[in-house]
Structure formats: C-alpha cells, structure tokens
Design a protein around this ligand. Sequence first.
Ligand SMILES: Cc1cc2nc3c(=O)[nH]c(=O)nc-3n(C[C@H](O)[C@H](O)[C@H](O)COP(=O)(O)OP(=O)(O)OC[C@H]3O[C@@H](n4cnc5c(N)ncnc54)[C@H](O)[C@@H]3O)c2cc1C
Length: 298
Amino acid sequence: MIPSSNTDHPLSQKPVFSIEFFPPKSESAAQQLITAAAELQPYRPDFASITYGAGGSTRSRTLSYARRLVDEFAYQVMPHLTCVGHSRADLKEVIAEFRAAGLQRIMALRGDPPKGQSDFKPHPEGLAYANELVELIRQEYPDCLIGVAGYPEKHPEAPSMEADLANLKRKVDSGAHFITTQLFFDNQLYFDFVECCRAKGIDVPVLPGLMTIVSRDQVHRFCAMCGATIPEALDAQLLAAGDDPAAVQAVGVEWNYRQASELLASGAPGIHLYLLNRAKPAAALLEKLRADGYFHAA
Ligand SMILES: Cc1cc2nc3c(=O)[nH]c(=O)nc-3n(C[C@H](O)[C@H](O)[C@H](O)COP(=O)(O)OP(=O)(O)OC[C@H]3O[C@@H](n4cnc5c(N)ncnc54)[C@H](O)[C@@H]3O)c2cc1C
C-alpha cells in the first residue's frame, strides 16, 4: 500500500496532526501565513498542506509558499493540485515542479468549477475526476505519497452517498494512500462515513478534517460552500458569543477540543486542521490536547 521509498508515511504513526494553509494574495496576508507557520512550528505538525487555487491561479504561489514552509520552518509539505483549467501536459509540468522542489507528497483533487460556472468542465485535454489525477501522479512519480478528499456529508454534486463512495474507492484503487475529510462539526458523521468506507473495501486511513473557528460568519460561509452542516448547539453558542473575538475563539476551541478528543480516543488516525492561516485557535486546541498526552514532539 505504502510506496517503499516513503518510509515516512505521515499516517504510519498514530496519532498525527496536520495543518492546512492557503497561498496568500497580498503582502499582509503573506505575513499572516508566515506568522502562523512560525507560531505552530513548535507543535511539530506531521505535515503541512497548502491549497491550490482554481484554474492554476495559485500555481506559482502554492509552490513558492510550499518552498518557504520547507526552507524556513522545516515543515513536511504536501501541496494540493487540482485539475481545473489544466491540460494533462500542464499537470505533468506542475507535478515535475513539485518534484524538483523536493516535495514528496501531493493532495490530488479535481477542484471546484471556477467562480461564475456552475458545472465542472474539464479542460479539453485535461482530466475529469481526481482518480485520473491520482493515476497520473502514480505514473509520473511512483514514490509520491498521495492524499485524496472524502466527504462525510457526501460531495454536493454526487447523486447519492453510495455513488460518492464508489468514486472514492476509485481514487483509492488508483493509488491514493489516505483520505482527508471535508470539514465536519458532528463526529457521528465521521464515524458513519468510516464505517461505510470500510464496508466498501476502502481500507486506507481516513484523516478527519476539523476547521478552527474565528467567526460565526466564517463557519456559515464555509459550510454553505462545501455542504457541511452546523449543529444547532454550536450555532447557538456562536450566536451567544456575538462579536467578541475572544468569546468566539473560546467556543470554537472547546468545540474542536471535544471533537478531537473523541475522535482520537476512538482510534482516528489523527486530525487535520483547516487553519485559514490563523495559528491562535489551533495553538489553543493543541495546548489542550497536549495536556491530555497527545502530540508531544518526539
Ligand atoms: C481535504 C480537501 C482539500 C481540498 N483542497 C482544495 C484545493 O486545494 N483547491 C481547491 O480548489 N479545492 C479543494 N478542495 C475542494 C475540492 O476541490 C472540491 O470539493 C471539488 O468539488 C471536488 O474535488 P474532489 O477531488 O473530491 O473530486 P472528485 O473525487 O473527482 O469528485 C468530484 C465529484 O465527481 C464524482 N466522481 C468522482 N470520480 C468520478 C468518476 N470517475 N465518474 C463519475 N463521477 C465521479 C464524485 O462523486 C463527486 O461528486 C478540497 C477538499 C477537501 C476535502
């Protein structure tokens, strides 16, 4: 399952934690990413992933920030790659660029349709689904460690959970080594999802994705975008916290902590934190998990 040259499979030692950045557009946003990377470095995440924007819009930024995270902070970096707007030849070029930068891991995604487009239309000489990208990476770069996306609440375009799971299996059968889930706030969704994966013969680790919280508005925006549900209790607590950033953060950290504790105690392979380039809520969460004995640096 795990390529022989990848002895450092990030999920071979349980539990792991990983963090996700996005490539910033402006100087001030860049500073925010660098500050977050510096603040989280002492927690020694097992890897840091960095997203890839629609249509290759972040191609050079994803790569340059991936390099900075390696060079300045010694993170193990996993850049994302999406099929949107790219021909097969473009994708091969990007994969070669990652490889030339010494990056050994790729999160392989189809990507969302660009803004203003409702349906995903593959590039005429490109790939239609993430499983094809997994195959391409395996061809070009057999020792690459490959992650793919999974959806505890079903991918919004999938006609049924059944169909979505069959497609997820295709990605794993094409050579993906692990699955990172879309964000969720109710652990039962993850437990049910993993059970369905196992029943379908999907046997790779399923890393649960948790989003750290900075505002109620952010939670609503992201959940609307990706089709995740917000538990009523969480929404009520965020509403009660109002515009007080410290109170909102406290609600978020406590919610994430309860989620992470239960997931880890139930044998999840770790946690993946969607940070939105902000370190403080993640650091507060990691402090609490460390106090419980998780994620101490070796
Ligand atoms: C962990 C994670 C990281 C992400 N990172 C990024 C990022 O960096 N950049 C970005 O733009 N977006 C990112 N996304 C969002 C993602 O690109 C979208 O959810 C996108 O709509 C689907 O991508 P996918 O790789 O899951 O696609 P796919 O696995 O290709 O699935 C897309 C849809 O097609 C169906 N399907 C899949 N394969 C087949 C097939 N062979 N035949 C028929 N139907 C099929 C699936 O059921 C699903 O409904 C991320 C999501 C997650 C969970």
